[in-house]
Design a protein around this ligand. Structure first.
Ligand SMILES: Cc1cc2nc3c(=O)[nH]c(=O)nc-3n(C[C@H](O)[C@H](O)[C@H](O)COP(=O)(O)OP(=O)(O)OC[C@H]3O[C@@H](n4cnc5c(N)ncnc54)[C@H](O)[C@@H]3O)c2cc1C
Length: 502
């Protein structure tokens, strides 16, 4: 229920020992600006340990840098906001002084989104915590966005409800981070992605006005849905301070299923047909043969696991549908204990740090495509990773399904050559990402399903958005004319310098 980093920074909390890895100008607010921030916020941190803590998130290549004692980029101050009004005040001061503001929550992002690329001020949202109210009749909850996952579920479940949003990073991420990155929980096939849950938002704009988006009813026909302007905007268009999200009664029963397939393609067809029949099991995951072997000890088969929670009648039908469609695609029933094995290990990322410490680069890439493109996207991406010099391991699973397509989640590990230096790690890392992003764009897929863009994917976003990019630029120009909000992220150019690549 708090921030956590994959590895300790080498050389302790001494900032002098933590050079910034990103070679860009660092904006340092003057004394007057810092004084004005102190007038607004009770807590403004400028000590070395706090600045080093706010300089990084879970962007995997920065784990390698942390082992070397370097951080991605250091801020000059961390301003901890307790209310939307304080957020508005911080933005006013920074706007007037042309100081960049990077919103930072759980810092569990994996693309460098919370890294204060050009220094300036980090706006820490985590003191804006707690559930404001629960509407038990309409099934909505109004939640302050700095709230981490565990207190959200604890309070909801005390009242008999669940949000149903269980990202693997549940313990270390916040409601605001989920909204800002269009997060997906492990039960998304039943409860939806975070954008499906959002009914209305309170947002502080760069001009310090506090607005409320969304309708007062469940749906409306009152112009475009402006919630979606801010959901996924990663702190570049406004700061989300409160959200009204849909909730659900805690389910009465649950069920589990496991099947195996001789090919990924048969398993994908089974998933597609399950969704097409109208079944939405909370968890529906299909692992390719390498990943099945790693997680379940199987040999040469693709394992499908399903878990659902609902009323018994609905579960009976859902499980019967899963069984029928898996059998129709040539699947073999497998031990449902495999689902239990997944539950035991599902949030365990303890293998990551030792691999980095051993000089191996590891990362995950989650992308999405329609069913008609999904198999070629999978084979294209796997081929591009496996044929890359230095790849030691590459595998994938289907993690989130929809009636029209699904998310493919890849894991890869490697090293460019025999020498395990930071430069060769970066070279391998960049080559792997470039290959996969090119394969996804070529296959007609989405370059991210739920991790977002941050610094790392910024270089690919314009190509991926094509003709719609000019709309993004117009929005940025209109909502943040001085460009202070999270500069250098989400593909936007910045008034300070170009976004560099590691
Ligand atoms: C081990 C691990 C597992 C993960 N598993 C999942 C998963 O299953 N599903 C998933 O979706 N993601 C997953 N992630 C990625 C990450 O947890 C999500 O992107 C999460 O939504 C980030 O939330 P955060 O509070 O940590 O945000 P941060 O990392 O602090 O910030 C992320 C971005 O959001 C912006 N931001 C944060 N709060 C606000 C706000 N209130 N208003 C405006 N902008 C804001 C920041 O500026 C930044 O650009 C995982 C990460 C790790 C490390």
């Amino acid at each position: 229920m708090s921030r956590q980093q994959p590895v300790e920074l080498a050389s302790g909390g001494n900032m002098a020992g933590h050079p910034s890895r990103m070679q860009v100008p660092r904006v340092i607010p003057d004394d007057d600006t810092l004084e004005r921030l102190h007038d607004i916020c009770e807590v403004v941190l400028t000590d070395d340990v706090s600045l080093a803590g706010a300089s990084r998130d879970w962007w995997p290549i920065s784990i390698k840098w942390a082992i070397d004692g370097a951080v991605p980029a250091l801020p000059a101050a961390v301003a901890v906001a307790r209310s939307a009004e304080e957020v508005a005040g911080i933005l006013a001061v920074c706007r007037e002084s042309h100081v960049p503001v990077t919103t930072s929550a759980g810092r569990s992002g994996v693309c460098g989104g919370a890294v204060p690329l050009f220094g300036g001020v980090v706006l820490d949202t985590t003191a804006m915590s707690g559930i404001r109210d629960i509407d038990a009749k309409s099934l909505t909850a109004r939640i302050r966005t700095g709230t981490f996952g565990p207190p959200v579920e604890e309070e909801l479940q005390r009242n008999g409800f669940t949000l149903g949003h269980w990202p693997q990073s549940f313990d270390i991420s916040t409601v605001g981070g989920w909204l800002a990155c269009r997060s997906a929980g492990q039960y998304s096939t039943r409860y939806g992605k975070i954008e499906d849950m959002a009914r209305s938002l309170q947002v502080v704009l760069a001009d310090s006005s506090i607005i409320h988006t969304g309708s007062t009813g469940p749906r409306s026909s009152t112009g475009p849905d402006l919630n979606h302007l801010f959901i996924g905007s990663e702190g570049t268009l406004g700061i989300i301070t409160e959200a009204t999200l849909t909730i659900h009664p805690v389910a009465a029963a649950s069920c589990r299923r496991a099947w195996s397939f001789n090919s990924v393609s048969d398993g994908l067809d089974a998933c597609r047909m399950i969704l097409r029949r109208g079944a939405t099991p909370a968890v529906l995951r299909l692992y390719d043969a390498d990943e099945s072997s790693l997680h379940f000890g199987t040999d040469g088969v693709s394992v499908l696991i399903a878990y659902d929670e609902a009323d018994q009648g609905l579960l009976d039908w859902t499980c019967a549908t899963i069984d029928q469609e898996c059998a129709s695609q040539g699947g073999e029933p497998a031990d449902a204990d495999l689902v239990g094995r997944w539950f035991e290990k599902r949030n365990d990322v303890s293998a990551l740090a030792p691999l980095y410490e051993g000089g191996i680069v590891v990362d995950t890439i989650e992308v999405a495509a329609s069913w008609s493109k999904l198999h070629s996207l999978y084979t294209g991406c796997m081929g591009s990773l496996r044929s890359l010099e230095g790849t030691l391991y590459a595998s994938a699973h289907l993690s989130h399904s929809y009636i029209d397509g699904a998310c493919i989640y890849m894991t890869f590990a490697g090293q460019m050559d025999g020498e395990r230096t930071t430069a060769t790690a970066e070279a391998y890392y960049n080559a792997a990402w470039q290959r996969v992003m090119a394969a996804v764009i070529q296959a007609g897929g989405a370059i991210s399903h739920h991790h977002g863009i941050g610094i790392h994917r910024s270089r690919y976003l314009r190509d991926a958005m094509g003709s719609t990019w000019k709309v993004m630029e117009a929005l940025k120009g209109a909502l943040d004319p001085t460009g202070i909000l999270n500069p250098g992220k989400l593909g936007f150019s910045s008034y300070i310098a170009e976004t560099p690549w590691p």
